[in-house]
Design a protein around this ligand. Structure first.
Ligand code: SF4
Length: 372
């Protein structure tokens, strides 16, 4: 990549950013805490979707100390719907580290920021340039798209080596002032003009006169990406176990996907009615009814980065249950207001709920507190 070709973008890009950047809640000031939380939320999630989560999160945890002290269950509830719950756990761990190691002040240096749990090169670059005006580029997919189009660079953007090289090249063109704005201008251009899906809006682009791909009509050939590995499909059978207007939850393993989160009891594979009955009997549940909702709505899909769950759910009414540490029984109200349920299971729950009376009503739920 040619730095001398790129350095010409700085002035027009900054001018454009000052004039037309979007007003976003984490841009109200240069507080590193707010910038950090927003960057973590924005990983894998669109800006519009993040705004209400960000606002709610900052209301509850307005600073590093309050995040460090936030109870896990409440934190996960605040995060519910954003997915990738390890991001929330790492936020809290990093906040605790900042309190212990940095006396509660967010570290300014890139290398120190990079040491914090859950913070990679992109996020460290973003925080240190936006909050502390350092010349530390934040190179993500948006920025890579912009730069490879500007320079018609056909290297594979999935290669770590290429990303590092790109970071070094960008470092060379960082302006002496307004470094944070320059980082944000590149991000902004990638998000709203040099867009990822469909044609870029080159006519509106402040650097189109400097863009090789625009000049040669090759915009859609960049960035070059190796094909993604195919996702592994996993079949799951999910059970709603009801007993006296409560429903069973259990904890996932501490290792692996959604580690330590709540889930509905489930089995790997697509089980038959007989297999489910056998599983329930082995757990000493006396079941009066076992129903698979009649139509195809009991089959749902949830996509993680590398895995796809194909889920089938069943509803079992239990007359008697063996008290066991493996299961926690909750009311509908507790499930909805206090329990951080991963999106995969929430999807199943909401679909099942639409099937009218298959779950329980809150009035009924109030009669059976003795189970907990
Ligand atoms: Fe992207 Fe078009 Fe601007 Fe080039 S001119 S950087 S392709 S939006």
């Amino acid at each position: 990549m040619q730095s001398n070709q790129l350095e010409k973008i700085v002035t027009p890009l900054l001018a454009w950013y000052h004039e037309s950047s979007r007003s976003l809640p984490w841009r109200e000031n240069k507080d590193p805490y707010r910038i950090w939380v927003s960057e973590i939320m924005l990983q894998q999630t669109r800006v519009e979707a993040v705004i209400p989560y960000f606002t709610r999160f900052i209301e509850r945890c307005p600073d590093i100390a309050s995040l460090a002290a936030c109870e896990d269950e409440e934190l996960l509830k605040l995060w519910e719907g954003l997915g990738y719950y390890s991001r929330a756990r790492n936020l809290k761990k990093a906040a605790q580290t900042i309190c212990e190691v940095h006396q509660g002040r967010f570290p300014e240096e890139y290398d120190e920021i990079l040491k914090l749990p859950g913070i990679g090169a992109y996020t460290a670059g973003a925080i240190s340039s936006i909050a502390f005006e350092k010349a530390t580029p934040a190179v993500d997919g948006n920025v890579l798209r912009v730069i490879t189009r500007l320079t018609e660079n056909n290297q594979d953007i999935m290669e770590t080596k290429f990303r590092k090289q790109m970071t070094m090249e960008l470092e060379k063109i960082y302006p002496p002032k307004e470094r944070g704005d320059f980082t944000q201008s590149l991000m902004e251009l990638g998000a709203v003009v040099c867009v990822p899906n469909g044609a870029p809006k080159c006519e509106e682009c402040p650097v189109n006169s400097l863009c090789s791909a625009y000049r040669n009509h090759t915009q859609l050939q960049y960035p070059v990406k190796k094909k993604k590995a195919v996702r592994r499909v996993e079949e799951k059978t999910i059970l709603f176990l009801k007993h006296q207007n409560k429903i069973a939850l259990c904890r996932r393993d501490k290792k692996g996907i959604l580690s330590g989160m709540w889930e509905f009891p489930n089995m790997d594979g697509t089980m038959t009615e007989a297999q489910i009955a056998e599983w329930l009997a082995a757990k000493r549940f006396t079941v009066t009814e076992l129903n698979k909702p009649a139509h195809e709505k009991n089959q749902l899909k949830h996509i993680f980065t590398h895995i796809e769950w194909h889920m089938t759910y069943w509803i079992a009414e239990c007359e008697a249950v063996e008290q066991s540490d493996s299961f926690t029984w909750v009311t509908q109200e507790q499930l909805e207001s206090e329990t951080a349920l991963p999106t995969a299971f929430k999807k199943v729950y909401e679909t099942a709920l639409k099937e009218s009376d298959i779950l329980f009503t809150m009035e009924n739920a109030a009669c059976s507190e003795e189970i907990l």
